[in-house]
Design a protein around this ligand. Structure first.
Ligand SMILES: Cc1cc2nc3c(=O)[nH]c(=O)nc-3n(C[C@H](O)[C@H](O)[C@H](O)COP(=O)(O)O)c2cc1C
Ligand code: SF4
Length: 418
């Protein structure tokens, strides 16, 4: 366990530069990747991303090169790149670390994305609760424009690119990629029915690529060092590093950037300093949409596929540690309540399902639930997984489902308790 080491790729400049100083960014190698990318073809950049194996860090783990490859060849008057910086999943603040401490990294990455995709306009959709990040980004964009690194004819390449910061609408669902598009278009932030996918019909009906902050922040290093270099870091199928943010009953409520083959055990004990206030009971990985996992699964690597294989999810990389002094069922009830508040109400499985799962957990906590209630809740959860319109409703049952799966004894003890 003592061998686990932090490796900072996307947080390489964290606290090493004045975040709004473009000169300090350039001294540490900033904009080298953009210059290099501007001398490459779109196909060459996508090929490098393919070799790298980079997959989305926003929760769904989709291969970045594949997403880009749908949009890049489309010939149309306007395409868009959107950076998803809504970061609404509880316990998650990884994207804020990048925006606040290294804003030019994101600007450089988005410009490379714009060039590759043929998009001349980009939006950074920043969580409404992050006014500081918005300010830093706006300052950095203005400085980049003045230095000729944004706007018309960047580095004399003939490529024009402009970026705009757009404030989020203070709702968890607005982090869903099609809800972002609706929100930027000035409508209520509700997910769209797909297909068509945004890569083909996105913002204002134009092809649009949406990527997470952390995903994008990996790209300059991949361009500089090559896809093969990146592919050799961390887990084979989900290479690179991941920023993990720790909260709850853990000694060090901190963040770490680690190779993706690092285990959950190391995150909690080596970097987190172990459990405080009691003994380990459970860990919830990936925010409220993530699964509750028992001690027996702590040796699992944090990469996307390993987490999925055990019935959990990497999600955003939030790690919420729960000691044995807490009533775990009460924790699950609170999480279920979160989804009743955040469901946008557009589709029935989620609008009704979230409320019913919360009602069920209330009954469980009161000792009033029956075995039949448990059976119905498990069935309802499966229906939500399969039929909800967006990831919110599909993932909302995960905490209840994993609690039943891994901590079923606690449910048994409460069933018919009254
Ligand atoms: C309810 C909900 C909220 C989401 N919030 C975020 C978010 O805050 N940031 C993010 O990058 N992705 C979020 N996503 C995932 C996005 O829809 C999308 O998959 C992601 O931005 C794609 O970027 P990536 O491929 O770089 O991971 C959310 C999804 C759902 C269903
Ligand atoms: S799953 Fe929930 S959040 Fe998503 S569209 Fe349906 S009601 Fe809205």
């Amino acid at each position: 366990m003592a061998y686990a080491k932090e490796q900072r790729l996307v947080l390489n400049n964290y606290d090493k530069i004045n975040p709004t100083s473009i000169d300090e960014y350039v001294i540490r190698g900033g904009f080298r990747a953009l210059r290099k990318a501007l001398s490459m073809s779109s196909a060459e950049i996508i090929q490098e991303l393919k070799i790298s194996g980079l997959r989305g860090r926003g929760g769904a783990g989709f291969p970045t090169w594949l997403k880009w490859s749908f949009t890049a060849p489309i010939e149309v008057d306007q395409k868009y790149i959107i950076c998803n910086a809504d970061e609404g999943e509880p316990g998650t603040y990884k994207d804020r670390l990048i925006m606040d401490k290294d804003p030019y990294l994101l600007i450089e990455a988005m410009t490379i994305a714009g060039f590759t995709l043929g998009a001349t306009k980009g939006y950074i959709y920043v969580r409404g609760e992050y006014p500081h990040s918005q300010k830093i980004l706006n300052t950095a964009i203005a400085n980049a424009k003045m230095a000729g690194m944004m706007g018309n004819n960047i580095f004399g390449s003939g490529f024009d690119f402009n970026l705009q910061v757009f404030s989020g609408a203070f709702a968890f669902v607005c982090g869903e990629e099609t809800a972002i598009i609706e929100s930027i278009e000035g409508k209520r932030g509700e997910p769209r029915i797909r297909p068509p996918y945004p890569g083909v019909v996105g913002l204002w009906g134009k092809p649009t690529v949406i990527n997470n902050v952390e995903t994008l922040a990996n790209i300059p290093a991949i361009i500089n060092n090559g896809g093969r270099w990146f592919a050799n870091i961390g887990a084979i199928k989900y290479p690179g590093t991941k920023i993990m943010t720790l909260s709850g009953d853990v000694a060090n409520k901190t963040f770490v950037e680690v190779p993706t083959d690092t285990t959950l055990y190391d995150i909690i004990y080596t970097f987190g300093g172990g459990v405080v206030g009691g003994n380990f009971q459970a860990v919830q990985v990936g925010g409220n949409s993530g699964g509750l996992l028992p001690a027996s699964l702590l040796e699992t690597a944090i990469d996307f596929d390993s987490m999925q294989a055990i019935g959990g999810s990497l999600g955003t990389g939030a790690v919420f540690v729960i000691n044995d002094r807490h009533d775990l069922l009460d924790v699950v009830k609170n999480v279920a309540h979160f989804f009743t508040e955040e469901s946008c109400g557009k589709c029935t499985p989620c609008r009704e399902g979230c409320q019913r799962l919360y009602d069920f957990m209330n009954k469980v906590c009161e000792g009033e639930a029956t075995a039949k209630d448990l059976q119905i809740a498990a069935g309802l959860a499966r229906v939500m997984n399969k039929t909800a319109l967006c990831g919110l409703g599909q993932a909302a049952p995960t905490p209840v489902q994993t609690a039943i799966k891994f901590f079923g004894k606690k449910f048994e003890e409460r069933i018919n308790a009254k």
